[in-house]
Design a protein around this ligand. Structure first.
Ligand code: E4P
Length: 219
């Protein structure tokens, strides 16, 4: 399973990448706005940091022609750009054209397996179901991921599922259990995935026992 970091914060990306487990980055307009910097230099810097690993950057237009203009421009910024397109009819028109032109896409704001099926038929490279936001509606969410993986496998779609709107480590584990190709994980949740109190307690115990042995041996 691939891990993408869901952030536009350069320090977070650098830190997470130093852990050796980052396969790409996703951003959205909210995440970019949170950094208070211009869009283009922010995305270019992230693309540079990631090398050949994919970086999703989202279009703002809501009509296919506008999305195509933005997407083609984004694609000139770096070879590893993935253009994020919302799950609307105009968006799927744009995805179809971009797929034919070899520009990678990530269909975003997906909440049902039906939407995911449409995204795959349009030729999306990635499709992003929003787990946390589904749960915010007091609705069970992980079934959508299972349905998406089942449908893509059954019909041999190349589209990869990026589980998005991840709020806690359990979302990543559940997504892995259902065979999602990617989880895009906020920095805080990625950090939490490492932690367990018994790991900390185990290290303390091992080090204390080692120190005691050194003392017994007169070292
Ligand atoms: C990533 O592709 C999505 O834009 C992001 O995961 C949304 O997360 P949120 O629901 O926490 O805003």
């Amino acid at each position: 399973m691939k891990f993408f970091v869901d952030t536009a914060n350069i320090d977070e990306i650098r830190e997470a990448d130093s852990w050796g487990i980052v396969d790409g980055v996703t951003t959205n307009p909210t995440l970019v706005a949170r950094e208070g910097r211009e869009f283009e230099p922010t995305i270019k810097e992230i693309c540079d940091l990631m090398g050949d690993r994919p970086v999703s950057a989202e279009v703002i237009s809501l009509d296919a022609e506008g999305m195509l203009t933005e997407a083609r421009n984004l694609a000139t910024w770096a070879d590893n750009i993935v253009v994020k397109i919302p799950m609307i009819k105009e968006g799927m028109k744009a995805v179809k054209v971009l797929a034919q032109q070899g520009i990678k896409t990530n269909v975003t704001l997906v909440f049902t397996a039906g939407q995911a099926l449409i995204a795959a038929k349009a030729g999306a490279t990635y499709c992003s179901p929003f787990l946390g936001r589904i749960e915010d509606m007091a609705t069970e969410a992980i079934t959508v991921v299972k349905q998406m993986v089942d449908i893509y496998c059954a019909y041999g779609f190349d589209t990869q599922v990026i589980v998005s709107s991840v709020r806690r480590p359990e979302h990543v584990v559940q997504s892995a259990c259902w065979g999602a190709h990617v989880a895009t994980v906020p920095f805080k949740v990625l950090d939490q995935l490492f932690n367990h109190p018994l790991t900390d307690r185990g290290i303390e115990g091992f080090l204390a026992d080692w120190e005691n042995l050194q003392k017994e041996l007169g070292k």
